[in-house]
Design a protein around this ligand. Structure first.
Ligand code: F6R
Length: 316
């Protein structure tokens, strides 16, 4: 199986996507004082909500991956609705609820119903798979939050420097070799939860195989107990960030020692001089790893026929 739809080319364009995302959303903003933020989206669109959580520090932020907004979302809320296609039913349902409750809304989409319904919208180019447009979507969300005075300037321009195609591709290839034939479980601190989830879902959608994720310290209280029975099947991929607290670092070291007895262990050491830079670096390595793993699995990374089939059956 080869890369018929040129996912490799799309991956090489990730730094460019990050630049474009910041420019695309430059005029999308909402004035006012908000009590909370809800970010609605599914799959490759919703991941941008998970990724922005560490940047929203002053008010509560909720990521909604469902049909319904929490009851407390109302007219003092900022609701950012993300759907690459603009036609995802769960996301449209949240959009309609946000409208009814007179929340302040911004949308990010490449078209579809969402683009028809919402005027305060950032329009993303539409030729990609949603998950492959993550660079555009994620940075657009950051821009909307920055424009609306919810976050400080994330300095995207300087963070992009960490996303170096050649270096991340090489690191991703080495990781894919280690993951081949195993079920990866990505572990990270809470700041990197969205990143670990992205790595997991990219393995699912690109390489078409199971993968899981969890965070520390929580996994120390349950999942760490589950390796012995599954000896030899799993590979723990530990995402290690220099700014993780000393206790988390110690927990990661001990966790690694314990897991090693029954599973392979690999590490991604984050690189970059800001949290955003280190997130982008790790996402890029993970994206490349899932790409190479797809080829090693003899799968074309781009199409997701099972997801398409499910969506089709839901329409019947
Ligand atoms: C496909 C993908 C999916 C979609 C999801 C929601 O590449 O990543 O996870 O993102 O099915 O669809 P959209 O993004 O169009 O709202």
């Amino acid at each position: 199986m080869h890369d018929k739809y040129n996912m490799m080319g799309v991956l090489a364009g990730f730094p460019e996507q990050l630049k474009k995302g910041w420019a695309i959303a430059k005029d999308v903003k909402i004035k006012g004082k908000f009590e909370n933020v809800a970010i609605c989206g599914m799959g490759g669109s919703g991941i941008s909500g998970d990724l922005v959580i560490p940047f929203v520090k002053k008010i509560p932020v909720f990521v909604v991956k469902d049909y319904n907004l929490p009851e407390f979302i109302g007219k003092k809320s900022l609701v950012i609705v993300i759907s690459y296609s603009g036609n995802t039913e769960e996301t449209l349902s949240c959009y309609n609820q946000a409208k009814k409750r007179r929340a302040k809304i911004a949308a990010i989409t490449s078209g579809g119903k969402l683009a028809e319904l919402e005027k305060n919208v950032a329009i993303i180019p539409n030729e990609l798979q949603p998950r492959a447009a993550m660079g555009l979507l994620f940075v657009s969300v950051l821009r909307v939050l920055f424009n609306s005075k919810i976050i400080s300037n994330p300095n995207v321009g300087s963070a992009i420097k960490a996303a170096v195609p050649k270096a991340c591709s090489k690191e991703g290839f080495l990781l894919a070799q280690k993951m081949k034939g195993k079920i990866p479980v990505f572990y990270a601190s809470e700041n990197f939860k969205g990143v670990a989830y992205r790595c997991k879902t990219q393995v699912n959608e690109n390489a078409k195989q199971p993968a899981f994720f969890h965070t520390l310290p929580e996994m120390n209280h349950n999942e760490i107990n589950a390796f012995e029975r599954n000896a030899g099947k799993l590979i723990a991929v530990m995402i290690r960030d220099k700014n993780d607290s000393l206790r988390i670092k110690k927990r990661m070291d001990i966790t690694k020692e314990i897991i090693k007895e029954n599973a392979d262990v690999a590490e991604i050491k984050t690189k970059g001089n800001s949290l955003l830079a280190r997130m982008l670096y790790t996402i890029y390595v993970g994206d490349y790893a899932s790409y190479y793993l797809a080829l090693m699995n003899n799968e074309d990374p781009t199409p997701v026929p099972v997801i398409a089939e499910l969506k089709k059956r839901l329409m019947e």
